[in-house]
Design a protein around this ligand. Structure first.
Ligand SMILES: [Zn+2]
Ligand SMILES: [Zn+2]
Length: 216
């Protein structure tokens, strides 16, 4: 048995919506359905799994704008992010308009997650790691067995998340990455919220913001 994953970029911001499913039970999750729900539904049908849960890493509109539509169309509950992002998940429509993105909906009725929680689908488990800094309620989903993490806008190949949004903080973000993600191991592959995947080891070796040589 194994965990399967696919990445579908959505919205004009090319946000990475990640599909993960258990190939024994064909139950899965959709992480950060920022928009383009028709495209996501086609992908789910192509991979032929049942959407068990809709998961959110953080509240920004390009990650959550399609969550309500997807939840209604699949019957799956919306889980996450951490409650400290409530001021953002409740403001999706207004923020989207500021960036010229329409069609998103404010998120309501979701279940908040905390550090140490787990999310299960089929025979697979995701650990929840609270990683504030980009937003205060940002979380990372980590599948230990596959060594795979969905890190949202915390960490990118060669960069880190912006901290100039409301309640962002650079020192907090760097601490989240170096103290909570690096201990998971150099071999962990991560899917960021935008752009290509990488590994924690590659970023420790080369990332100018949080690489080992950047940390004094
Ligand atoms: Zn973001
Ligand atoms: Zn983003």
């Amino acid at each position: 048995m194994s965990l399967k994953a696919a990445v579908i970029p959505v919205t004009p911001l090319q946000q990475n919506c990640t599909l993960m499913w258990c190939d024994e039970t064909m139950k899965g999750v959709v992480i950060d359905p920022g928009g383009d729900v028709d495209t996501l539904m086609e992908a789910v049908e192509k991979f032929a799994f049942t959407v068990d849960k809709v998961l959110l890493t953080h509240g920004h509109f390009d990650h959550v704008g399609g969550a309500m539509d997807l939840a209604e169309r699949t019957g799956a509950p919306i889980i996450g992010p951490h409650a400290d992002d409530e001021f953002i998940t409740s403001n999706v429509v207004a923020r989207g308009h500021e960036f010229g993105v329409t069609g998103g909906r404010d998120v309501t009725g979701n279940t908040w997650l905390n550090e140490g929680d787990t999310v299960e689908f089929g025979n697979e488990t995701l650990a929840v790691i609270h990683t504030p800094g980009h937003t205060p309620g940002h979380i990372v989903f980590y599948n230990e067995k596959a060594g795979l993490a969905q890190v949202g806008d915390v960490l990118f190949q060669g960069s880190i998340g912006r901290t100039d949004f409301p309640r962002g903080d650079l020192d907090t973000l760097v601490a989240s990455i170096t103290q909570k993600l690096w201990p998971l191991g150099d071999g962990v592959t991560f899917i960021p919220g935008h752009g290509p995947a990488s590994t924690f080891g590659q970023e420790r070796a080369t990332n100018p913001f949080v690489g080992d040589q950047a940390i004094v």
